[in-house]
Design a protein around this ligand. Structure first.
Ligand SMILES: Cc1cc2nc3c(=O)[nH]c(=O)nc-3n(C[C@H](O)[C@H](O)[C@H](O)COP(=O)(O)OP(=O)(O)OC[C@H]3O[C@@H](n4cnc5c(N)ncnc54)[C@H](O)[C@@H]3O)c2cc1C
Length: 385
């Protein structure tokens, strides 16, 4: 692990063991194959069983529901290592854990927890999280998807856009406004009449991940579909806080990948009789990358401690997501420059990470939206709405 500031020493033996196991898996199973998956725009379906067997789904949730029950820093390190492989595969696991398992855990009934969480943890069921609509993801309160009462059950109508895992999902967590205009969450099985999830084909980012729409046309679900404790926009936003935490770690894994590639390339690429690593302009880029990585890692490490102490605020999460993703994206752009023409070839991991990070910078709240969340917190003035 890239660790200029010896953060390794702060890790417990359990955290190191988790990190090492995932690192070995990523080196053995993801890095040798991901270029092919990405080039073909293919989600590697068989990976879900391997993620399940390794306990990577919802690993921070309790053991009584079939999860690993690890602490937040070990959970962060899983995200770091997965995204060192590819942001799309980290997104696949993050959505399953933070956006599907977490809402069932936090807002579901005990019956829903017992029914779904062990299956999701094992990768026998895959889920997706439908919040964004085509009219604008930054303002989820303006959602048009409706949930009308239908006797004891509900009829869902509307559509969702840019939904990770939706084409491959067995269940969807769908957010919709009820007859009182209150946002509620529903577990919708993919086979329900009126539900469809077409794939979005034309994307140049997260190409090893499956992204789609969710279309709900008079989609009837029973009373058991409602997450009973989901009440208002706070519920989906609570899920985003969980996901943003993991992203803050994950982006640094991608930064390690592009930094390492650029450093090694610079050591052997010779121009004007010297390796380009001997040039001050190239060293400046590498120094910026490794400094940003060190600062980001310290921030995420402390954020993990605050999370376990239940003192983490959503503005702190926004700061870590905003900073770490943007420095990873900037680092990927610098690495791309260092590789020259080879920087645009998927023979090297740099352009893949760079294009992936464009999505990571946008989803779960764009860079600008995180800025406005932090700005509101520190000034007390709301510039977001
Ligand atoms: C590959 C991929 C996977 C995704 N996966 C999921 C998923 O699984 N589930 C899900 O629900 N969503 C998902 N999303 C959607 C993602 O969360 C949204 O794209 C994101 O929230 C931004 O919404 P938008 O694209 O509609 O942009 P918009 O909201 O239209 O924003 C456009 C621009 O305007 C800026 N802007 C918006 N409002 C303001 C403001 N008040 N002040 C200043 N600037 C503002 C934004 O920062 C952005 O730059 C995914 C997106 C992608 C690309």
């Amino acid at each position: 692990m890239l660790d200029f500031y010896a953060i390794e020493r702060l890790l417990t033996p359990e955290q190191r063991a988790v990190r090492d196991a995932v690192r070995e898996f990523v080196d053995g199973e993801i890095i040798p194959n991901v270029r092919e998956w990405w080039d073909r725009h293919e989600f590697p379906n068989a990976i879900k069983d391997k993620f399940g067997a390794l306990g990577l789904f919802g690993a921070n949730l309790p053991e009584e529901y079939g999860c690993a029950g690890i602490d937040s820093i070990a959970y962060g390190l899983i995200n770091y290592e997965l995204e060192r492989g590819d942001s799309g595969l980290r997104s696949f696991a993050s959505v399953q854990g933070a956006l599907v398992m977490y809402p069932i855990f936090a807002y579901g009934s005990e019956e829903q927890r017992r029914r779904y969480l062990p299956e999701l943890a094992a990768g026998r069921l895959i889920g997706c999280f439908g919040l964004t609509e085509s009219d604008g993801g930054s303002d989820p309160g303006a959602m048009r998807t409706r949930a009308h009462r239908d006797g004891a059950g509900w009829i869902l109508d509307g559509s969702k856009m840019w939904i990770t895992n939706s084409p491959i999902a067995d269940i969807a967590i769908v957010w919709a406004k009820d007859d009182d205009d209150v946002v509620r969450g529903f577990i919708v099985p993919a086979g329900t009449t009126g539900y469809s999830a077409p794939e979005i084909e034309s994307k140049m980012s997260l190409r090893a991940s499956s992204t789609g729409e969710i279309v709900l046309e008079e989609c009837r679900v029973g009373p058991e579909a409602l997450l009973p404790e989901s009440k208002g926009l706070r519920s989906p936003l609570g899920c985003l806080t969980q996901a943003r935490y993991g992203i803050s770690w994950g982006a640094l894994g991608a930064l390690e990948a592009v930094y390492t590639c650029a450093r090694d390339y610079a050591a052997t690429r010779t121009t004007f009789g010297k390796p380009i690593a001997a040039r001050q302009l190239v060293q400046d880029k590498l120094v910026r990358m490794v400094t940003d990585h060190s600062l980001g890692l310290l921030m995420s490490y402390q954020l993990g401690r605050l999370k376990d102490e239940k003192r983490m605020t959503f503005a702190q999460v926004s700061m870590a997501k905003r900073n770490n993703v943007r420095v990873a994206l900037n680092g990927a752009r610098l690495a791309r420059e260092i590789l020259g023409g080879n920087g645009i070839s998927t023979e090297y991991p740099v352009i893949r990470h760079m294009l992936n990070l464009e999505t990571v910078d946008t989803y779960e709240g764009t860079h600008d939206i995180q800025t406005l969340i932090i700005g509101r917190e520190i000034t007390g003035v709301n510039a977001l709405e």
